[in-house]
Design a protein around this ligand. Structure first.
Ligand SMILES: [Zn+2]
Length: 388
């Protein structure tokens, strides 16, 4: 039994319209459009692939703090344009396969990249991934997330040229035709996320991408059967248009003077080594009306009450639509953002399943749902939403 999973990165329910995504729109009329509550995490994909909350998979953002990690990286000597590629190449030669955008040069040596490997590798986390379980049950998979193509037999890297969704889909269809007898196929389409961050989720540029993606979905699904196969089209989370920015760096005391911070775009994470500074910083943060410090209750409700402080000690979260600018990745403000906690409608992920299922779910329900197609039971934080 074949299962096809396509992730359309950052697609929210308001972007699915008769005009921009007619094919997907018709599918939602036939099967219903599901709403998936994301997890509160920056590297949210981990929650999908493990079916667990951040607290259990012990993963939160791209970068994490480790005591005694203040290492100098020779890569920081490279000019900015070459830094990313040199760093990733260096990591690749050292055995890592997970490519990431480096944060700003000044801060690289205080924080560590949290995840080094793709999900399809064996035992990447303390908890099993979907791939660990598929392998254990002798199910064969194909995973394609540019630039990585992986099957049970190994993985290949195709970095050049930088493929777009059109090229990626064409390649995926070729791979599917060549590997026609597998159990599980995964494809990620990422162009919408890139464009929506740059121009906003409802911009003309995003709409243009949506029309392309819609046609690509049609082309890909032509190679599968909506009647016989299991199809899941989903997004880990949606995107929110940006309406205001805060220059948090400007109002905070000097970085490293008794504390560290990491500025992701919708939140600032803090680690303190001096109680006087902590008091001072917290008083400053309390005056910023566009955000708030996460309370203990919220940490528990969001499942981010971590056992140690590697992810953060205190977290300042902005209200939906606001961003920290500049942050550690962007000098200029972005026009679309995600990771605002769990109450924002535009940030809810979407899902479409061609089987009878509940229409409201959590992201952590997706892994048990996919395994339920094969009647495989698993221990996770979620549960299957299939109604068959
Ligand atoms: Zn994004």
């Amino acid at each position: 039994m074949k299962t096809l999973v396509i992730e359309i990165h950052s697609l929210n329910r308001f972007q699915i319209t008769k005009q921009d995504t007619p094919f997907l729109y018709d599918l939602t009329k036939k099967y219903g459009l599901g709403k998936a509550r994301p997890c509160f995490a920056y590297d949210i994909q981990t929650c999908f692939w493990t079916g667990t909350y951040p607290e259990k998979n012990n993963h939160f953002a791209k970068y994490e703090y480790h005591k005694n990690y203040d290492k100098f990286h020779f890569i920081d000597l490279f000019p900015n344009k070459l830094r990313n590629i040199s760093y990733n190449l260096w990591k690749y030669l050292g055995g890592d396969d997970f490519f990431t955008n480096l944060c700003s040069r000044k801060y690289t040596h205080h924080f560590k990249i949290a995840r080094r490997f793709h999900f399809f590798h064996k035992k990447v986390f303390e908890v099993p991934t979907l791939f660990d379980i598929l392998r254990k049950n002798n199910k064969k998979f194909l995973y394609y997330q540019w630039p990585t193509v992986a099957t049970n037999n190994g993985w290949k890297l195709k970095i050049f040229p930088r493929l777009d969704d059109i090229m990626i889909s064409k390649k995926f269809i070729k791979l599917v035709k060549k590997n026609n007898n597998l159990d599980f196929y995964f494809l990620q389409l990422r162009d919408l996320d890139i464009v929506a961050h740059k121009y906003g989720p409802y911009s003309e540029q995003a709409k243009k991408k949506l029309r392309i993606i819609d046609q690509l979905l049609k082309d890909i699904l032509n190679n599968f059967s909506l009647e016989k196969d299991n199809i899941l089209i989903f997004s880990y989370f949606g995107m929110v248009p940006v309406k205001g920015k805060i220059n948090i760096k400007e109002v905070l005391p000097q970085f490293r003077k008794g504390y560290y911070y990491f500025l992701d775009s919708t939140e600032a994470r803090f680690w303190f080594f001096n109680s006087k500074i902590k008091k001072q910083v917290i008083n400053i943060l309390k005056k910023i009306k566009e955000g708030h410090l996460l309370t203990k209750k919220e940490k528990i409700n969001y499942h981010v009450n971590f056992r140690d402080n590697r992810h953060f000690e205190e977290l300042f979260l902005l209200k939906p639509g606001y961003i920290i600018s500049p942050d550690f990745f962007h000098k200029r403000p972005i026009k679309g953002a995600h990771s605002y906690g769990l109450k924002c409608e535009e940030e809810q992920g979407i899902f479409l399943i061609n089987k009878k299922s509940k229409k409201e779910a959590e992201l952590v329900d997706m892994m048990p749902t996919l395994l339920d197609f094969y009647k495989i039971k698993t221990k996770s934080d979620g549960s299957s939403i299939l109604l068959i």
